[in-house]
Design a protein around this ligand. Sequence first.
Ligand code: LLP
Length: 428
Amino acid sequence: MGAGVLGFDPALLRSIAERVGTPAYVYSANLIRAQYHALHDALKDVPHRICYSVKANGNLGVLKVLRTLGAGADIVSVGELRRALAAGFEAGAIVFSGVGKTAPELDEAIRAGVGYLNIESSAELDAAIAVARRIKRPATLGIRVNPDVATETHPYTKTGEKTAKFGVPYDEVVSVAQRIAAEPLFTLRGLAMHLGSQITDVEPYHRGTVKLLELVTAIRASGIGTIDALDVGGGLGVRYHNEKAPSPKAFAEAVAPPIKQAGLALVCEPGRYLVANAGVLLTRVLYRKHAGGKEFVVVDAGMTDFVRPSHYNAHHDLVPLENGSGPEELVNVVGPICESGDFLALDRKLPAVVPGEILAVLGTGAYGFVMSSTYNQRPRPPEVLVEGDRYYVARQRETLDDLLRGEVLEPTTWYHGGPPAAGGKGTG
Ligand code: LLP
């Protein structure tokens, strides 16, 4: 059976495909736990909190697994805040980053009492001050710093260089810290960075940490003594195919000693590291076809279900669950969407597969379902959580009726231009 579906029982996957249908996402709770424990152990010499990045996979079942292990959460929207709270995360264990938090989002986050409301610009700080004063509520803040540290990763997922939209520019951080400290409702608790995603070298983490600690020293010297944590962000790379992923130990050695020495707690925000290889996407082969000298394997999962191959040109291994021992051939594995960019793999060597067979797309636990869409009016796939030899449907497959919800054929209310009547803003 080819390379095998690491950590999953192929017979169980086959039975899931039969019962739940395809395409379907399947996550292993035990594989998530193993990743969490490996990182937690590696960081044991420094007080730390692993705040799982909800954007990687926000399924409530997955969140519950991580929350039960003691993880906090890293969020970027009020939608993720609601999800994290629904899964039982304590607000104080939540880090809220994002360059475009709106006033209603700041309002809800402050009322909820999130642990680190990470400010990403001076203008956003103005908005946060206005909200806090209006609702007369205190808040604990962090500053997401743009550390200007380069990384080797896909251009779409680099976030720590000075030309990126993320974080407060390095040379503005001390003055933003002073403005936070001057606001009686606010307490500055941390500095944070996030360098990018799928980072396979730990050296940039070390450089970024050292740069942030220099800011901590300057902030402390200016009389602000409330910083208790340094958040080194997420981004820890994983092995999808043949990448060299850093070990948790190497990561810990790069960041923990200087943070410990500064008397701070370490916060990190891994998403992909915790869940990517704990998930597979099951898809069924629909047809074979030969065209223009190419062999096509048409499957029932497309870019709407899993966009990483077409969006980032990402390589995800494909493993046939059944006859996978046939002779290898070079194929394009494509989905049913009306776009030529709709593929799971191009020019890929695979054991010969026939219609009806199930393929597991590996490494799809992170940025899989959460980036799915309903383009071409395709309901999004279900999500299944495996616990040992049992599983449950953690999210039902969307239905065609779901896709029509909220639309009207015969309008009941018509609006004219001009300002909305009082209280009418946001209608719809
Ligand atoms: N913290 C912040 C502030 C982030 O923006 C992100 C991811 C993370 C933590 C978690 O990063 P991770 O540990 O998962 O690398 N859709 C892309 C990845 C985008 C990541 C966005 N930010 C992909 O499929 O590769």
